[in-house]
Design a protein around this ligand. Sequence first.
Ligand code: SAH
Ligand code: SF4
Ligand code: F3S
Length: 467
Amino acid sequence: MKEPSYKERQEEAISRAREIIAKLSAEKGRPLYANITTFGCQMNARDSEKLRGILREVGYVDTENEDAADIVIYNTCTVRENADMHVYGRLGHMNGVKKKNPDLIMGLCGCMMQEPHVVEKIRKSYPFVNLVFGTHNLADFPELLLRVLSDKKRVIAIEEKTTTLPEDMPVKRKYSFKSGVNIMYGCNNFCTYCIVPYVRGREMSRRAGDIISECERLAADGVVEVMLLGQNVNSYGKGIDDFISFPDLLRRVCQVEGIERVRFMTSHPKDLSDDLIEAIAENPKVMRHLHLPVQSGSTEVLRRMNRHYDRDQYLALVRKIRERIPVISLTTDIIVGFPGETDEQFEDTLSLVREVGYDSAFTFIYSKRTGTPAAKYPDQVPDDVAHARFDRLLAAVKEGADKACARFEGQVMDVLVEEENKQPGLMTGRISQNIVVHLPGNKSMIGKILPVRMKECKGFYYMGEPV
Ligand code: SAH
Ligand code: SF4
Ligand code: F3S
């Protein structure tokens, strides 16, 4: 007999798991509930949507109440230490829940699981966790789930490398009208502070044809906005046969009928090309927002971070982008307290932030990640110094952001309405520049792109009025 293909094996696992769930559900006289928490970035969130897709296929019903779920999955992140701490904290709570519900399947996956010391700790100190897998075997989830369901034994399956990309998995999206689309996995940049290349593996691009068909399928399913995802989208295309450059990929995605808005993340400044600036400028469907992580304003720190650009190159790039696309909004990521960062070097970061005037910035205190080069650098910055710098940086970011945000006051702009606001009668959406707008309205507006007057800027968001 012919060996079943990978896909056939997963499908078989799904149908056998479905039978088990149906039986359990008949025994309990109620549906079985599932809850997944995403701890990390957009790519992590996209992975969760694939896991949710499988869980739905086998018959689980989503619940927001994790304590009442029959399967709980933590899709973890390990980019900074506090992400890890957060997971351990929540696990402590789940230990208590599992005592009350011994049938609970407690699963852990994602980037933290690619660190051997973490898996060791889970093995020893968290015996109630019964399913562990990593970033490289996400596509095996149906088989792994079936093993826990049928054997009732603990399943710990970690791979060193991806053999099968998580393509063609059923997906349950968080939003009906927008979706992330992976264009590449992994990262080759090895910034010296960063653990991502170790836990996500080497850069691997998807074929352009597959990306476009996915966008077409999404559009047919009601999606109007896609976010193209990769750790460094500007290096998209390396090592595959169906090759086009990232700017050309962007152009192709813009041609997909039904897709009205295209975003992408993240752009590494070192290889942002003139052609990309052109592709954004010439395509109104590409949103006027660029997330361009700078990390530091000091050339010396950037060199030790292995970022491959210096302060002046970054500032020149910002000028070039703004000249060609004046309405663009720029956001960034910044780390303070990188090992050896002096007061002067930190001042360079502050002055760069003032010079650029970002629409917003994610600011982080450097977190030492075991296994990265920077973890062994001398002169780790003391906590109190890092915190003091962090506070000053935050104030500088806020000052620039308030000013940048206010520049649209009074204008009428297109808003994609995304969700109901907590405040009754208010809806929340985003303009092209990714700035949040609250406006009066109702649920029927969700997923629609509407002209809205940007009435009042409230710092980093707007109060708007449909026109
Ligand atoms: N690939 C993206 C970043 C992904 S991680 C890029 O290069 O832009 C998101 C952000 O987390 C990074 O931009 C960086 O600012 C921050 N970060 C990564 N490792 C960190 C660490 N060890 N300590 C503090 N912040 C870190
Ligand atoms: Fe980390 Fe640098 Fe890769 Fe971004 S580009 S994921 S910061 S190594
Ligand atoms: Fe975190 Fe992994 Fe994303 S470490 S930031 S979830 S790639």
